[in-house]
Design a protein around this ligand. Sequence first.
Ligand code: SF4
Length: 362
Amino acid sequence: MNKHDSEAVLGLLMEHGYELTENRDDADVFLLNTCSVRKHAEDKVYSLLGELRELKKDKPDLVVGVMGCMAQKDKNKIFKRSSNVDFVCGTHNFHKIPKIIKTVIEQKTKINLTDMDKQVFVSPTLSSRENKNSAWVSIMRGCDNFCSYCIVPYVRGREVSRPSKDIIREVRELAHAGYKEITLLGQNVNSYGKGLNENVDFSDLLELVHKIGGIELIHFITSHPKDISLKLIDTVANLEKVSRYLHFSLQSGSDKILRLMNRGYNLSHYMEIVNRLRERMPDVKLGTDIIVGFPGEKEEDFNQTYLAMKDIEFAQVYMFKYSPREGTAAFKLADDVPQQVKKERLSKIIHLQKSISQKKRK
Ligand code: SF4
């Protein structure tokens, strides 16, 4: 999603006469797109802002902006920690960035735009897309799920689906420009359609996109297990251009931890989806995300995660140690799994997944 947003804002800026440079010293504007999912990502932004402070000493007119989830979350705190920042732009105001930069330059003022009144869909332009064969297409933004560890609903706002005609128009343009592969993007694509003035769900959208000539491969990400319907599984199985790789986060194999995470499913429900997918598409590959060391995770909870991964044999797994995020429900829980234990658990599942991946690649 962040890569998509970077390309979208780059497109807007190119339309206003800006060019992308790979060379720091050539840049007149620095725009940092940020992530708040883990603390590590935020620390990297503050460290880069520190480097830019030096650059700005030699080039006082340099404009430095911070956009995205961390901008939304930290707002004025960013100005306090990094006095060289000229503007902060939250997740609902990307479309205003060219105007913000103009105002900063003309009025030598600092701007903080982090209201969340309206989700606006901005798409990358053909020239701002980095990949010339495969394109991201945003179909919904925000999230209503409030998983207890996750900052996304607070920084990206509530879920809003994009009208299907706008999505179809964009995919047609991409096909016309020679794109063969698209990825439909959203925090939870399976609940697409909520709140729209048309009767369309994600399966219907897949059918519509599938009809567009020229597109040969359709991916979608991310899926929430509680919203993967039998209809969706059948639709994916019936549409030959839809990728046979499905990514849907398990997060933990322990029902107790899943409840604490407010995930809305248990392991047996997850397994039903896995089995159904494999029945309908024997060649399907599955991907997931796992968090270890969530508050309250005992050895037996971790073992259930380990065994679930061993049993399911995912093709790809993104694995993380739990990182408390201020403002989330889980932040109020005691972060009671020692760092060393988190590290050991993470390394155990990384090791397990390596052997599964090797076996699968053979
Ligand atoms: S589904 Fe849960 S983890 Fe995913 S973005 Fe929404 S709140 Fe975060």
